[in-house]
Design a protein around this ligand. Sequence first.
Ligand code: DGY
Length: 420
Amino acid sequence: MTQDLSQTAQEILRRNDRGGYTVPTHGLYPYQWNWDSAFVALGFAEFDRDRAWQEIETLVSGQWEDGMIPHIIFHKDDPGYFPGPSVWATGKTPPTSGITQPPVLATIVRKLWEDEGADPTNPRMIALYQACVKSHRWFHTYRDPLGNGLVMVTHNWETGRDNSSEWDDALARVDTSGVGTYQRRDTGHVDAAMRPTAVEYDRYVAILQFGRTSGWNHREIADHGPFRMLDVGMSMELLRANRDLLVLARALHDTEVVAELEARIALSEAGMDWLWYEGVGAYCSRDVVTGESSGLVTNASFLAFYAGVGTQAQRQRLIAALERMTKSATYLVPSLEAGSRAYDHKRYWRGPIWLVVSYMVAQGLAEAGHDDWAERIRTDSRKLIELSGFYESFSPETGAGSGGPDFSWTAAMWLAWCGK
Ligand code: DGY
């Protein structure tokens, strides 16, 4: 079975390859997505190393002059997706969206480089290192409103956890009166019960329109945008990515960047407590405007281990939350704890399991000495694919696949992690 599934996983990556970049899945997502490509590179690395590097190099070809790596690169137009390049209207070449996505790139570049012997003169690593330094500086310049090393997002799509209930209260304040009419495409590809609702989509579009009206002025968006949250996921991911970038900076004897990253890491380590919510014993996202915590336990809460934060007592509470999840979920790690408001085991980020987050959570748990939990998550992830195939996400209750089929990053996770 492992052999067959590995074969299928490779075929999915080859089939979703559009020449130098991979689409997340045919139909639903017909362009290059930022964090999808980073994880996909790990999959390619298992059988075609050149193609792994190329995936990231193509992504970085869309980096803006200010350092932002956009969340979508529209290499070729495709009428099957909304909002496409003409809606974003960023005026970039290649056309891109105007927002970013989870900064996992530096972590993956480090891994590719180390797996090839960690040669400090590797020109592919050096070029990508420079792109990551620029991208991380962009986060620090535009997305750290409290100056405490946490990441503010200005669109829920930036988090990758698009419809997490963590955003519900902030999204409810978004004025949608000027949105106008548009035609969604996602619900033509997959069951609407697995996608965000119409009301939610209007809010997503309204936030996009604010950015477009500002001429994609990131200062204006950061100071006045209609949606501003400190995302627990991206805060953890950027801290981790800064640690990995630091390894590269040291290997390159880039002393200025080493000092900059050391300071940033110390700031984020101390700042992370702002996201700790004692009521549930977990790290949760917080609204920049109201200061309110979501108070929700999500799969992103467990990225604390991956980021290397938390006191002994905080870590024990996180493990207790994981333990609690096993009572309601057959498989780990659900994107929202069952029983939380708006929990729905089929609807996107309100319950379903996403293997890329599970991978990061398991990696962090293993590094922290929780090998039993890391192995439980890996085994569950493996079972989900064996049971249902390479879906976008999976029900934590039944293991059924949800969203798009033949998904690139799920195939990559099989090859690089749970199918090994
Ligand atoms: C979508 O179209 O749902 C994407 O997740 C946005 O990035």
